[in-house]
Structure formats: structure tokens, C-alpha cells
Write a protein that binds this ligand. Structure first.
Ligand SMILES: Nc1nc2c(c(=O)[nH]1)N[C@H]1C(S)=C(S)[C@@H](COP(=O)(O)OP(=O)(O)OC[C@H]3O[C@@H](n4cnc5c(=O)[nH]c(N)nc54)[C@H](O)[C@@H]3O)O[C@H]1N2
Ligand SMILES: Nc1nc2c(c(=O)[nH]1)N[C@H]1C(S)=C(S)[C@@H](COP(=O)(O)OP(=O)(O)OC[C@H]3O[C@@H](n4cnc5c(=O)[nH]c(N)nc54)[C@H](O)[C@@H]3O)O[C@H]1N2
Ligand code: SF4
Ligand SMILES: [Mo]
Length: 674
């Protein structure tokens, strides 16, 4: 029977579209936007419009399977759930007995990103096993830590409020791809005479409409932002009154910015000093003025300090307190929720492993030489082989014959090929979910809309079963998924209110009517309610101190900066199985000419970590010296199966152990057919 049901998209995307889903006999036949999320306004991206291809395509995993060939070969045989889960339980028990719980590592990230598909019974299982703990740092770690240090756990400006801005700065973000519902509000501001500035090494679509485009070299945001800070102070345009009332660390910030004259920052960033001066003029003069900080600026050695410096700009120039003024980073704190209570197991104080260095951890390399070797790896909500740094090292780790790898995923990803046990998972629309937007300020809940295909089971069902099989169940454990939903709502301190609001339409908003305004409706959530421009906690973490600059890692041998930001075709690597064409490396015409390479040539992109063989696309859409490969490609999209992460070092950002995806430095040459 055809049915239309309301749901929402929980994917790792800031927009959090509310959806209208048509099903027929439990099968999704059509997905469209609806209007309950006022920001997403009834339209959705092409990927999710084509969701049935993802849910019911050839790559869908339908049954549990055990490895039936060599590691990485991708040969499996179908088994029953009982056999598969007994096998996993037995292995976990044995590893725990022989090597201790820390020899077990859960490896997970966003998956379909809802609050009910992670940190529920998975956390219960791994805490009770005393497993190693994973630092989930692949994304947003430096930026979250910077926001927390400067402003505390508060959201920023809502997407709708951009329509009121007179100046919008898009800094290291590409909303035309990574948050498409932001764009109409930017257009509205421009139609009302607002100005637009883009800070990005690439000519992103919005750069074509911008009044100013700072096409800086990747990783040089810190000097540029500090030069703006310095210039604001030097020219008497810092808002000293606002700073005196609302900030600490002002003199220290000013002192640290002193080194960055317009000329010094411009030289480092490869742009003109006049452009930074013009940026400062626009920023000082306009009100309301806002900066949309994207994740592009955090993915390098200076990421944490760079984010802090960018986030200081609305404070230094006094941009808060008016609608459309301030900054946006993540808005997840508009609903501060966690499922902790229902996990019913305290966090174990076991060893921590930074996911960006999973390869090292699996190989027992520095800094993971102490402690037991990792003998069991449980991967869920994650496609690490295609999304983590240093792909070859990780692959060497996954190839270890003595490692038992379990992968729980709805589709047969490249990571799945390295599994010993493959477990088919449900995904969005096939499970009850609760989710808050991290761009749009909205909380949404929905029941299962579609019947899981084959024998797919939810993470919750799978991990609950393993808790039982391993005899780790305690009397009184919440076992029903709804208990986690209620715990999450209750953790906000206004559970009943939210539950009532959600029951009506499936949606809840942080305030009724207008969106909440920083410095009007809420203030920094720091101990003294002030902005900490030189937060002690950040200071302590960075060798050399906050705002200290690390040089570009380029060498003569590897002079080109390889960046790999989001594209419209995938969400991270999700949907990558549907990208069937051969993907190319984008390079500036000048760089191509210097190397005697023509558009469409087969090239080899390489450094000391590895090589990617693919086609060349000559363009003028990024500054010379910068090349671009899409984030989230699967192995079938390049000629040799390696993707951008084969060239990405696993060094960490200055703050919070983040990934340095955009610190890859490479050379490119014609590929010889050997
Ligand atoms: N369609 C689609 N949407 C997505 C995603 C996706 O994969 N596809 N991913 C989702 C996720 S997980 C996230 S975290 C967000 C990410 O979305 P964004 O915040 O937009 O971040 P990125 O895509 O990493 O990069 C954004 C821009 O930063 C630029 N950039 C690269 N290096 C630098 C630098 O050093 N400085 C500056 N100023 N700019 C730089 C890139 O050229 C790029 O245009 O998007 C989410 N939305
Ligand atoms: N080169 C480069 N690499 C990057 C980035 C970059 O900018 N450049 N960006 C990084 C960023 S921003 C992020 S957030 C990471 C994301 O990296 P990942 O966390 O690996 O994200 P996805 O690639 O979307 O993979 C999520 C996996 O979870 C599966 N999944 C979906 N729903 C469920 C479910 O309910 N249960 C289970 N068990 N599985 C499910 C999906 O099928 C998919 O295979 O990638 C990072 N990788
Ligand atoms: S991926 Fe983003 S834009 Fe696409 S439907 Fe989901 S929330 Fe909306
Ligand atoms: Mo991300």
C-alpha cells in the first residue's frame, strides 16, 4: 500500500531537511522535502532525492557474512545472524581474556549521524568490555575546541538570520555544496544591498558574486585573521567598549597579532596586502556583519589557532547584539543533548586512541607502542579506509592477519573488503531516530518509515545482542531504543516540553518565533560569561601557545597543496558507490602548463606517503599551487584505487588532535602506462 510519511534527513549535513517520504509496501519509492523545517523550505539535495538507489542498489548488504578468502580480497560467505554474532562474541571474549579489554577498539564516526544510532548500546558494550576509547577527531575537533575555549558551549547565528546581514564573510566553507539551504538567505541579503566576502583558495560558486575574494594559500588563515585583528586595533576601529565589557585576553591577543602586519600576512598567504586592508574596511564598517566559519580552515596544522583567530573577529569589531551579526560555526549547542543516562555504564578510564592515527595504532607505531596490540576492531557508522588520513598505513593495519575486524554497514564499502565479519545495518528511514541540526537550529524525531531490506538490523539491536551474548547485561539496563530518546530529551533539562513539541509535528525549535540572538538572548557559556580571547585551556594545549603559526609543509620536491573538500556528489564517502565516473584532479592552467600536462591527461599525484592515478582537469578555479581532489571518493573512482587520503599525512592539528587533510603536499606528473 502506498503511504506518505513525514521524516527527516539525519545525514552529516548542517541542513537537517525535514522530509516527505513515499513508501510502497515498506519500500521507499520517493523522497522529497517538506516545510516543517523552515530553513530547508521543501527542497532537498539530489543525493537524497535519489535515495532509493542507495537503499536498494547492488551495494546494499543484505545478510551477515564471514570472510572466505584472504584479507582485503572481498570474498565472503553468507551465514545466519546467530553464527555471525556468536563468532563476534567469541572473538571479543577471547581477545579480552588473552590481551585485556584495551585490545578491542571500536572505530566509529557519524554514520547516519542521529542521536539514536550511536552512543547508545554500542557505548554500553564497549565500556563494559573495558575497550580502548576512540577520540572522534576526524572532523570539527579543532573548531569545536576553539569555540568552547572562546565562547563556551553556545550556538552561533541561525542560517535564516543571514538575510539581515549587510556583510557576509564565507570563510573556508562552500555552502553551495555543503549546506545548500544557506544560499537563499545569502542571496536575499545581497538583493537587499548586502556585501559578500569569500576566503577560500578556490573560486567557489559564491566567490563569483563576492565583492572580495581572498584566495589564500591553504593553512594561512591564521596570519590573515590576525592581520585583520591588528589592523582593526592600529586604525582605532576595534570596539574597545564591547571588549572591555565582554572579553578577557584582549591585550594578549593584540600582542600576538603584532607580528602580522598586512604585508607579512599577505606574503605568507600569497595575496595582496591591500586585499586584507579592504577586508578590514568592509568588516569594520558594516553592521550587521557575520562570518560563516567553515571546516575548510581547520583541516591543517594551524587549524585550532586559525579558528580561534577567525572567531575573535566579531568580538574585536563588536559585531554581536544585532540580528545577522556575529559568527556561525556549529549550531549543535542550540540543543545540548546526550544519551549518557540510558547507557547505564560509566565511561571506563581506558587508553585513548585518536582516530586520525588508526593506522599507527593498528601497527603499534609511535605514539601507540605501549599497551596491548589491538586484536579486535569493530567498525560502524564509518568508512575509515576512504575517510581517514594516511590510507596506505591504515590499509597495512587492516591487512594484519591476527586482527579480527568486524564491519557493520548498510553498504559494501571499500572498508568492508577488509572485514572478517560483515554485518548488514539499517540506515536512515529504516530506524527510529532523533537528531538536531548543526546548521539549522532544529530537533527532529521520526519512527521507522521503511522496512529494512534483507536481514539488516539497527546498530542498537546488534550491540544489545552482543551485550547479552557476552553476559554483560545488568538488571535494569534500558533495552528499548526509546529509553535513549527519552534520556536525550531529559538531558536538556526540559524533556517534557520538548517531548510534547516533538509529538505534535516531529520538530522542535530552540525558541518560539524568532531565532535566538547571541548577546541578546544568550551569552558566552564560559565561567565568567565573557569571551576568552586567549583561553587558558587552549593556551595550555598548543606548544608555542595559542595563535602561534606553523609554516607551510611544502618542499621543493612536493610544492603543490592538495585539498580535498566536500562535493555535491557524496556526504563524506556516503553515496560514493553511486559516483561511477572516473574522477579527476583539478589543477590550475599555469601549473599544468609548467608541467606540460593537458586537460584529460592521465596523471600520477604523489608524495612520500603514496600515489593517486587519475585524470587531470585543467581549470582556473583554484589559485595556482593548489590542486583539488574530491573528499569521500571510493576506490573505483580513480585508476589505482587510492584516493586523496593516500596522500594525507596523519599529523595532527595544533588543537584537539584534528585531521590535517589539507596539509597534503604533492607533485603531479604524467602517468606512464606501466
Ligand atoms: N554535499 C556535501 N555536503 C556536506 C558534506 C559532503 O561531503 N558533501 N560533508 C558534510 C560534513 S561532514 C562537513 S564537516 C561539512 C564540511 O563543509 P565545509 O565547511 O564547506 O568544509 P569543506 O568542504 O572541508 O571545505 C570548505 C572550503 O574550504 C576551502 N579550504 C580548503 N582549505 C582551506 C584553508 O586552509 N583555508 C580556507 N579559508 N579555506 C580552505 C575549500 O576550498 C572549500 O571550498 O559539510 C557537510 N555537508
Ligand atoms: N580527504 C578528506 N577526507 C575527509 C574529509 C576531507 O575533507 N577530506 N572530511 C572528513 C569529514 S568532515 C568527515 S565528517 C569524515 C566522515 O567520515 P565517515 O564517518 O567515514 O563518514 P561516511 O563516509 O559518510 O561513512 C559513514 C558510513 O556509515 C554508514 N552508515 C550509515 N548509516 C548507518 C547506520 O545506521 N549504521 C551503521 N552501522 N552504519 C551506517 C554509511 O553507509 C557509511 O559507510 O570524513 C573525513 N574525511
Ligand atoms: S544531505 Fe543535507 S541537503 Fe541533502 S537532504 Fe540531507 S539534510 Fe538535506
Ligand atoms: Mo565532517
Amino acid at each position: 500500500m502506498p503511504r506518505t510519511t513525514q521524516s527527516f534527513c539525519p545525514l552529516d549535513c548542517p541542513d537537517a531537511c525535514s522530509l516527505e517520504v513515499q513508501t510502497d509496501d515498506g519500500r521507499v519509492v520517493r523522497v522529497d522535502g517538506d516545510h516543517r523545517n523552515p530553513v530547508t523550505q521543501g527542497f532537498i539535495c539530489t543525493k537524497v532525492r535519489h535515495l532509493p538507489q542507495h537503499l536498494y542498489g547492488d551495494h546494499r548488504l543484505l545478510h551477515p557474512q564471514l570472510r572466505d578468502g584472504a584479507k582485503g580480497e572481498g570474498r565472503f560467505r553468507r551465514v545466519s545472524w546467530d553464527e555471525a554474532l556468536d563468532h563476534v562474541a567469541e572473538r571479543l571474549r577471547q581477545v579480552g581474556q588473552e590481551h585485556g579489554g584495551e585490545a578491542i577498539l571500536p572505530l566509529s564516526y557519524g554514520g547516519s549521524n542521529g542521536l539514536l544510532s550511536q552512543d547508545t548500546t554500542d557505548a554500553r558494550l564497549f565500556r563494559r568490555l573495558g575497550a580502548s576509547r576512540l577520540d572522534r577527531t576526524v572532523c570539527a575537533a579543532p573548531s569545536s575546541r576553539a569555540v568552547l575555549g572562546l565562547y563556551g558551549r553556545i550556538p552561533g547565528v541561525a542560517p535564516q538570520d543571514y538575510a539581515d546581514s549587510k556583510l557576509i564573510v564565507i570563510w573556508g566553507s562552500n555552502p553551495s555544496v555543503s549546506g545548500i539551504h544557506q544560499v537563499p538567505y545569502i542571496r536575499r541579503a545581497l538583493a537587499r544591498g548586502g556585501r559578500l566576502v569569500v576566503v577560500d583558495p578556490r573560486e567557489i560558486p559564491l566567490a563569483r558574486q563576492a565583492d572580495l575574494h581572498l584566495a589564500l594559500r591553504p593553512g594561512t588563515d591564521l596570519p590573515v585573521a590576525l592581520a585583520v585583528v591588528r589592523h582593526l586595533f592600529e586604525t582605532g576601529r576595534a570596539d574597545l567598549d564591547f571588549l572591555a565589557r565582554h572579553a578577557t585576553g584582549v591585550d594578549e591577543l593584540r600582542r600576538r597579532a603584532q607580528r602580522w602586519t598586512l604585508e607579512a600576512a599577505a606574503a605568507e598567504a600569497g595575496i595582496e596586502a591591500d586585499q586584507i586592508a579592504r577586508f578590514t574596511d568592509l568588516w569594520a564598517a558594516a553592521s550587521p556583519a557575520i562570518v560563516r566559519c567553515g571546516y575548510g580552515a581547520e583541516r591543517n596544522r594551524n587549524g585550532g589557532s586559525a579558528m580561534a583567530a577567525i572567531l575573535s573577529l566579531p568580538a574585536v569589531a563588536g559585531k554581536f547584539g544585532v540580528r545577522g551579526g556575529g559568527y556561525t560555526m556549529s549550531n549543535a549547542a542550540a540543543f545540548d543533548l546526550d544519551t549518557e543516562k540510558a547507557i547505564a555504564a560509566p565511561p571506563a578510564a581506558t587508553r585513548r586512541i585518536n582516530m586520525n592515527q588508526t593506522g599507527r595504532a593498528l601497527l603499534g607505531e609511535k605514539p601507540y607502542q605501549s599497551g596491548p596490540p589491538i586484536k579486535a576492531l569493530i567498525i560502524y557508522n564509518h568508512n575509515p579506509l576512504m575517510t581517514l588520513p594516511d590510507q596506505r598505513r591504515l590499509q597495512r593495519g587492516l591487512a594484519r592477519d591476527d586482527l579480527c575486524t568486524v564491519v557493520v554497514d548498510p553498504v559494501m564499502t571499500d572498508t568492508c573488503r577488509w572485514a572478517d565479519v560483515l554485518l548488514p545495518a539499517t540506515t536512515m528511514l529504516e530506524q527510529a531516530e532523533l537528531q538536531r541540526g548543526y546548521g539549522t537550529m532544529i530537533l527532529q524525531q521520526a519512527d521507522r518509515v521503511a522496512t529494512p531490506p534483507g536481514e539488516a538490523r539497527s546498530n542498537h539491536e546488534i550491540f544489545l545482542d552482543l551485550v547479552r551474548r557476552l553476559g554483560l547485561e545488568h538488571a535494569g539496563d534500558p533495552t528499548d531504543l526509546d529509553a535513549f530518546r527519552r534520556a536525550a530529551l531529559a538531558s536538556s533539562g526540559k524533556g517534557e516540553e520538548l517531548a510534547e513539541e516533538l509529538a505534535a509535528e516531529g520538530t522542535a525549535f530552540p525558541s518560539h518565533g524568532k531565532t535566538p540572538l547571541p548577546f541578546v538572548d544568550f551569552f558566552p557559556a564560559t565561567a565568567d560569561g565573557k569571551i576568552h580571547l586567549c583561553a587558558a585551556a587552549l593556551e595550555a594545549e598548543i606548544p608555542g601557545g595559542l595563535y602561534s603559526y606553523r609554516q607551510d609543509p611544502a618542499t621543493q620536491r612536493y610544492p603543490l597543496a592538495l585539498i580535498s573538500p566536500a562535493t555535491q556528489r557524496t556526504i563524506s564517502s556516503s553515496f560514493g558507490q553511486l559516483v561511477d565516473r572516473r574522477e579527476g584532479l583539478e589543477m590550475h592552467a599555469q601549473d599544468a602548463e609548467k608541467r606540460g600536462l593537458d586537460d584529460g591527461a592521465a596523471v600520477r599525484v604523489f608524495n612520500e606517503l603514496g600515489e593517486v592515478r587519475c585524470a587531470l582537469k585543467v581549470s582556473r578555479r583554484q589559485r595556482p599551487g593548489v590542486v583539488f581532489l574530491p573528499k569521500g571518493l571510493w576506490s573505483h573512482s580513480t585508476d589505482n584505487g587510492a584516493t586523496a587520503n593516500a596522500l594525507v599525512p596523519d599529523r595532527l592539528t595544533d588543537l584537539a588532535g584534528g585531521a590535517c587533510f589539507n596539509d597534503a603536499r604533492v607533485e603531479v606528473e604524467a602517468a606512464t602506462s606501466d
